[in-house]
Design a protein around this ligand. Structure first.
Ligand SMILES: [Zn+2]
Length: 256
């Protein structure tokens, strides 16, 4: 009996790629139904390959894939969105790299979270591509919605100790507990970081709002820095490591 070749078609965003053998590449992609996949693209490093231009990082592609033993094989690739603007400067490339690294890290999500993650990823890439809105605020909005989708939503409304609504005063963040403690409960914490009322207010706004309601927000530099610090420490606690691409982002920022 002839072996039936099994194949599937999927939309995908290329998260990263690495060379394999003489002419092949292994692609890490994120797809809306199958989550993160590793696929092999054979022969794409040859200059004659028709697929090579479609398989660069961050491109949104339509793929035809044949199931294989070790890796599924990309047999056809068509660009859906090339995000050329996103590749136009190092700041945007660095931020897209950070978004891709986070999706890669959380890419084996529950099936019901995949479509939300897919939409979040495309929204972030589209915004970085067109350059609308504040790019760092976009990353903060992305981080908090990513955490929510993955089941790590920080508790920002009520004290984790006594359950009372948090007041607009300095409250205490606990990374281990995944949220905030009110001043009287916070006093008894061994590790609690004081967080200003403004910062908590911004975090709540980011958490409950669509990007369209956040993109025109203007924050003081110090507030922005504190919001960033809370979210990145929170993410590092969830991931149990600091994302590698943060080093790139911080270096780019120091270069101005
Ligand atoms: Zn309390």
């Amino acid at each position: 009996m002839a072996e039936r070749s099994r194949s599937y078609r999927t939309r995908a965003v290329i998260l990263r790629r690495r060379d394999h053998g003489d002419a092949d590449r292994i692609l890490t992609v994120f797809t809306p139904r199958r989550g993160r996949l590793e696929l092999i693209a054979r022969g794409v490093r040859r200059t004659t390959s028709r697929r090579s231009g479609h398989l660069e990082p961050f491109i949104h592609v339509d793929l035809q894939v044949a199931q294989g033993r070790t890796w599924d094989v990309v047999t056809e690739a068509t660009t859906v969105e090339s995000f050329r603007g996103l590749r136009s400067d190092l700041g945007r490339i660095g931020r897209a790299g950070y978004v891709a690294e986070l999706v890669d890290a959380f890419g084996q999500a529950d099936p019901e979270a995949l479509m939300g993650l897919w939409e979040l990823l495309l929204l972030a890439l589209r915004e970085l591509d067109t350059g609308g809105g504040h790019p760092d605020l976009l990353l903060r909005w992305f981080e908090i919605h990513l955490l929510g989708l993955m089941g790590f939503q920080p508790e920002l409304a009520r004290c984790l100790g006594c359950g009372e609504p948090l007041q607009p005063v300095t409250n205490f963040l606990s990374l281990q507990a995944g949220g905030f403690y009110c001043p009287s409960c916070g006093e008894r914490l061994e590790q609690g970081d004081p967080v200003e009322a403004t910062v908590l207010k911004v975090l709540r706004h980011l958490q409950r709002s669509p990007w369209s309601a956040v993109r025109s927000l203007r924050l003081r530099r110090s507030t922005q820095a504190q919001v960033e610090s809370v979210l990145q420490r929170y993410l590092a606690a969830v991931l149990e490591r600091r994302p590698r691409s943060l080093h790139v982002l911080h270096r780019l920022r120091s270069l101005g």
